[in-house]
Ligand binder design. Structure first.
Ligand code: NAG
Ligand code: NAG
Ligand code: NAG
Ligand code: NAG
Ligand code: NAG
Ligand code: NAG
Length: 390
């Protein structure tokens, strides 16, 4: 059978519509990191055009967090992102590791545990964050991830973590399946660690770029030179001192100015492209300890109660048919027997043959970020006979 489906994929970096299954709190964190750094860096110049160094006014402190206009989003979206980025930070200067949140002393418990529950009930898990001296923390900002699991049933649901900014966090879980469940809480990054990340993301570009210049070398033979580049930020001068500064060019789409170290033998005009280089994280040795494997991404001790969930006699009702414009709750669904069940609407499962027949003679456009790219790659792999356009 000849199928004439075409898939088109395009990145739109500025659309940050991640649907992370682990809930909104991580979205907040990601949104923060995105707005503070990544978005600007991701938007590489699409038009390779040099401009003479443009006299620009000295940039403000957070030079690379520019404005809604620079990001190509509305002021309202910008304000929403800023608000989502509001993240509590420690009360004062952190100078000792024992002041930070300890995954060993931090605990969680199920409040008012009942012997049995019904599908559709909710339970509240309370997390109490403590430092390394076993003292309850007096401020919030810890990044926890909480889920309810039954590995035998291959079932899991995320819960949204609410930070009460006093060392206490609560998570309300909906009990969506019949059988047993257990709460599982991870400390992803301590409040102190988040603070350090924010500090550096706001003060220094954390991704290096390499610029490539190609042209005739001293003896006329074509040479390639690789130098360091970055978006112009901070002082008017950017990353390089005036003495050895640099090739400048402007992203005509965003108006942001990029700088490259001056190549040894080629002039600025021979710039061809630049690529994403290493990440740099200028934390001090003390700060780095906050990210050790003992302190990040670790399960915390909790009351590992078994939660018994009985069927709901009144039934929980079938979700409606999927259509456009339905709103998405948090969490948006859960896994059961390894199958995603949406709370939004009645999703269907398609086997390879059904996918193929459904998609034949169709053009499907994927617009989005790297999360959407994973769907694209899924289709590429699992729907035979399609043609792709990346
Ligand atoms: C932890 O306990 C030690 C020893 O009692 C004390 O010196 C230190 O100040 C305490 N740290 C915090 C963060 O309370
Ligand atoms: C737990 O049991 C108490 C007492 O029977 C009841 O009032 C409460 O609603 C129950 N909680 C849940 C979540 O079902
Ligand atoms: C923390 O704040 C919550 C919400 O305001 C409150 O219910 C709780 O009692 C507080 N916990 C402590 C230890 O102060
Ligand atoms: C998962 O559910 C099965 C069947 O209901 C039960 O036997 C098992 O103990 C549960 N496991 C956990 C971790 O709750
Ligand atoms: C630049 O030219 C000098 C002199 O010919 C040569 O030694 C050097 O390797 C060249 N540098 C690069 C990066 O090609
Ligand atoms: C049970 O089903 C009813 C009817 O769909 C629903 O309203 C209710 O929230 C469900 N859960 C409980 C605990 O009753």
């Amino acid at each position: 059978m000849l199928i004439q489906s075409a898939f088109r994929f395009s990145y739109i970096w500025k659309s940050i519509t991640f649907d992370f299954r682990f809930g909104r709190i991580s979205l907040f964190l990601l949104a923060c990191f995105l707005t503070s750094a990544c978005l600007v860096f991701w938007r590489l110049p699409t038009v390779r055009r040099f401009h003479p160094p443009s006299p620009r006014p000295a940039s403000p402190k957070k030079a690379f967090i520019i404005s809604a206009q620079d990001m190509g989003i509305t002021q309202k979206e910008w304000d929403r992102l800023q608000k989502a980025c509001d993240w509590p930070s420690p009360d004062g200067e952190i100078t000792r590791l024992d002041q930070s949140t300890s995954p060993v002393h931090t605990t969680f418990s199920v409040k008012g545990l009942n012997e049995t529950y019904k599908v559709g009930d909710t339970i509240r898990v309370t997390i109490t964050a403590r430092d390394h001296n076993n003292t309850v923390k007096s401020y919030g900002g810890d990044f926890f991830r909480a889920k309810l699991l039954n590995l035998t049933l291959k079932a899991g649901v995320y819960g949204e973590v609410v930070d009460h900014r006093n060392g206490t966090y609560t998570v309300d879980f909906l009990l969506p399946w019949e059988g047993q469940a257990q709460a599982d809480v991870f400390l992803i990054i301590s409040s102190e660690g988040v603070h350090v990340l924010n500090k550096y993301f706001e003060s220094k570009p954390h991704i290096r770029y390499h610029g490539y210049f190609e042209g005739p070398g001293p003896d006329g033979v074509k040479i390639v030179e690789k130098v360091e580049c970055n978006v112009k930020w901070g002082s008017a001068q950017g990353l390089w001192s005036k003495a050895n500064c640099c090739c400048e060019y402007e992203d005509v789409q965003t108006g942001s100015v990029w700088q490259c170290e001056r190549p040894q033998n080629l002039s600025c005009d021979y710039w061809v492209y630049h690529e994403h280089g290493e990440h740099q994280f200028p934390a001090t040795p003390f700060e780095r300890q906050l990210f050790s494997s003992q302190l990040t991404n670790v399960g915390i001790a909790g009351e590992k109660h078994i939660i018994n969930v009985l069927p709901n006699a009144s039934g929980i009702g079938e979700p409606e048919r999927c259509r456009r414009g339905l709103s998405t709750p948090v969490p948006a669904g859960f896994y059961f027997q390894d199958v995603w069940k949406s709370f939004v609407c009645n999703t269907r499962r398609f086997n390879s043959q059904q996918m193929t027949s459904c998609l034949s003679n169709k053009i499907v456009y994927f617009l989005g970020d790297s999360t959407i790219r994973q769907y694209f790659e899924f289709f590429e792999k699992n729907v035979p006979g399609t043609s792709f356009n990346g």
